[in-house]
Design a protein around this ligand. Structure first.
Ligand code: NAP
Length: 259
C-alpha cells in the first residue's frame, strides 16, 4: 500500500534508538525526508547513516534535548515546517510517589507534556495552511493502565492526552490529525533501563523480571520497534485523514478491558 506521503518532511524526536528510530526509518522507506533529533551525537550519526544508506531521502541529524527550549529552537530552525511531527522523549524513572519533589514533577511535565505541546504550537499552523499535517505523540499504556511505580509518567502523559483531545477536533477539517500512540512493553533500551531499575529497587534478578514481563503479556513477548513504526506510518499516511483524537494502544492485548 502506497501511503501517499513521499516527498513530505517529518520531524522525529527521540530518533536515534528504539521506537523513534524505527519510525524515522519506516517513514524514510515511504519517501519522507526525515529530521532525527537526539541528545547523543554518536548513536544519532549511526542512525542517520543507516537510514541514508537504505533510502533516497534527505536524512538530517539534530543534536539537542527536545525537552528544553534551546533544543527545540535548534530542531525547529533545521525543520521549521514539518508535515509530520513525531513527539517522543525519555520517560521518568520508576519510584515511590512520596519521594517526588516539585523539581521532579516539573522535569516530567517538561519532557512528557510541555515539550510536545510547544512543538505542536510551533508547527500546527503551517500544517493547517498547507492542508496536510500528521502529529503522533508517543506516550505510554500508562495513560490507560496507570503503573503504580510510574506516577510521574501516569500524570504528565495524561496532561498531554487531555490537551490533544481539546485541539484535535478543531484541526481535522484542515486535514491535520493528532493521535497518541500508547505502547505496551517493547524490547528497547528504555525497557532495559526500566527493568534494571526495578531489579535494583526490589533486589530481584534482571533476567527474572524480563522473562516475567514477556511471559505476562498475552502475546508472550515484547513488541518490536518495527511494529509500532508500521502503525505510526499508517497514522501519518494520506489515507488516515479521518483518524484523529485517538489514544491507540499497541500492547499485544495487555490492556485487560473490553473497550
Ligand atoms: N519501551 C517500552 O516498553 C515503552 C513502553 C511504554 C512507553 N515507552 C515510552 O516511549 C518513549 C520511547 O521509548 P523507547 O523505548 O523507544 O526509548 P529508547 O530506546 O531509550 O530510545 C529513546 C530515544 O530518544 C532519544 N531521547 C530521549 N530523550 C530525549 C530528549 N530529551 N531529547 C531528544 N532525544 C531524546 C534517545 O537518544 P538520546 O538518549 O541520545 O537523547 C533515543 O534515541 C519513552 O517515553 C518511553 O518511556 C516505552
Amino acid at each position: 500500500m502506497d501511503l501517499g506521503i513521499a516527498g513530505r518532511t517529518a520531524l522525529v524526536c527521540g530518533a536515534s534508538r528504539g521506537m523513534g528510530f524505527a519510525i524515522a526509518r519506516r517513514l524514510a522507506a515511504e519517501g519522507v525526508d526525515v529530521v532525527l533529533v537526539a541528545r547523543t551525537p554518536g548513536p544519532l550519526q549511526e542512525a542517520v547513516l543507516q537510514i541514508a544508506g537504505e533510502s533516497r531521502v534527505q536524512v538530517t541529524p539534530v543534536v539537542g534535548d527536545i525537552t528544553t527550549q534551546a533544543g527545540r529552537a535548534v530542531a525547529l530552525a533545521v525543520c521549521p515546517s514539518p508535515d509530520i511531527l513525531i513527539t517522543n522523549a525519555d520517560g521518568p524513572r520508576p519510584g515511590n510517589f512520596r519521594d517526588y519533589s516539585h523539581a521532579d514533577w516539573m522535569a516530567a511535565l517538561d519532557a512528557l507534556m510541555l515539550a510536545p505541546i510547544a512543538l505542536i504550537q510551533a508547527t500546527i499552523d503551517g500544517m493547517v495552511a498547507r492542508r496536510f499535517g500528521r502529529i503522533v505523540n508517543i506516550t505510554s499504556r500508562s495513560v490507560k493502565i496507570a503503573q503504580p511505580e510510574l506516577s510521574l509518567s501516569n500524570g504528565a502523559r495524561s496532561g498531554l492526552v487531555g490537551f490533544t483531545a481539546g485541539i484535535a477536533r478543531e484541526m481535522v477539517r484542515h486535514n491535520v490529525t493528532i493521535n497518541n500512540l500508547l505502547p505496551g512493553i517493547f524490547a528497547t533500551d528504555a525497557q532495559r533501563r526500566h527493568v534494571s531499575d526495578l531489579a535494583s529497587q526490589t533486589g530481584r534478578e534482571f533476567d527474572a523480571i524480563w522473562a516475567e514481563r514477556s511471559a505476562g503479556n498475552p502475546a508472550g513477548r515484547f513488541g518490536e520497534p518495527s511494529e509500532i513504526a508500521d502503525y505510526c506510518a499508517f497514522l501519518c499516511s494520506a489515507q488516515a485523514g479521518f483518524i484523529t483524537a485517538q489514544n491507540l494502544l499497541i500492547d499485544g492485548g495487555g490492556y485487560p478491558g473490553t473497550f
